[in-house]
Every structure is written in structure tokens, then in C-alpha cells.
Design a protein around this ligand. Structure first.
Ligand code: HEM
Length: 133
């Protein structure tokens, strides 16, 4: 009996449009953080130069969304816990991260905006869970 080639399921990374989408979202996120006073506390926690994070966060999120794992390969043993260990993240600043990310995602056109919104909700929950008080 002839076998049918098994369909490889598309990852969220692919469905959302791949690297260009993740780069656009993260650039928007850091533009907001840099320019909107609502995110001043979050901005103050970051280095003066956001260029490294503009490269790094989209690569992290690409791997997190099932895409290429470059960030994880380049940062062996690093995880969300170790990356954020030097910082005290309170509820207010976690809310700023969550709001800025949702706002950035809403501003970027993707091939699947419903999935993009769901990703924003998941990232928001993740961020809010990191706020300690
Ligand atoms: C909850 C609120 C959060 C705060 C206040 C926060 C803050 C920070 C800060 C201050 C840095 C260092 C930035 C710098 O060196 O300029 C950082 C790094 C990082 N954050 Fe967050 N973060 C939050 C949530 C998240 C979430 C939800 C994710 C991903 C899902 C994330 C992913 C990363 C990554 C991947 C890095 C390190 C990148 C690298 O060094 O390659 N963060 N974060």
C-alpha cells in the first residue's frame, strides 16, 4: 500500500511569518519602551543601548515559538530565570512589559493576527507571573 508523506505541522513561528514578524514586533516593543513615558520604569531597567536586545529578543521569541533555536544555541544553559536573576521585577514593571508587548503585537500586521494576539496573551501571562509583588 502506498504511504502518504506525513504532513509536518507548521509552527507558530512559521504561521506568524517567521523572522521578519518577530523582528518587527520586538522593534516596536523597544520603540514603545524607549518613547512612551508609560514604560519609563521598564526602560530604566535596561541598558542605555537597546540595540543588543533588539537583536536578542526576536531570536529568543523565534525559538520559543517553535522556530530556529539560534538564541538557545548561542546561550547554552541560559534560561528565563538566569537571564532575569540580576533584576528585581515587581508587579508594576511586569505589567509594563506585558502591556508594551501586547501593544507592539497589535501594531504589527502578521499572516495570522488571531494567533499573534494569542501569543501576546501568553507572553503577557508569562511576564505578569514574573512580577514578585
Ligand atoms: C516581566 C517583566 C520583564 C522585565 C522587567 C524584563 C527585564 C529585562 C532586562 C532589564 C533585561 C536586560 C536588558 C539589557 O541588558 O539591556 C532582560 C533581558 C532579557 N529578557 Fe526580559 N524582562 C521581562 C520579561 C521578559 C519576558 C516575558 C521575556 C520572554 C518571554 C523576556 C526575555 C528576555 C531575554 C531573552 C533577555 C536576554 C537577552 C540576551 O541577553 O540575550 N523578558 N529582561
Amino acid at each position: 500500500m502506498a504511504t502518504q508523506a506525513e504532513a509536518v505541522p507548521e509552527t507558530p513561528f512559521q504561521k506568524l511569518g517567521g523572522h521578519p514578524t518577530f523582528e518587527a514586533i520586538c522593534n516596536r516593543f523597544y520603540d514603545l519602551m524607549d518613547g512612551d513615558p508609560a514604560y519609563a520604569k521598564l526602560r530604566a531597567m535596561h541598558a542605555d543601548d537597546l540595540a543588543p536586545m533588539r537583536k536578542s529578543l526576536p531570536l529568543f521569541l523565534a525559538g520559543w515559538a517553535g522556530g530556529p533555536r539560534d538564541w538557545f544555541d548561542q546561550n547554552p544553559g541560559r534560561c528565563m530565570m538566569s537571564v532575569h536573576k540580576p533584576f528585581t521585577i515587581n508587579a508594576a514593571v511586569a505589567r509594563q512589559w506585558a502591556d508594551a508587548m501586547k501593544q507592539a503585537i497589535a501594531a504589527v500586521e502578521t499572516p495570522d493576527n488571531l494567533l499573534a494576539t494569542a501569543m501576546g496573551d501568553a507572553l503577557s501571562e508569562l511576564a505578569l507571573g514574573m512580577g514578585r509583588n
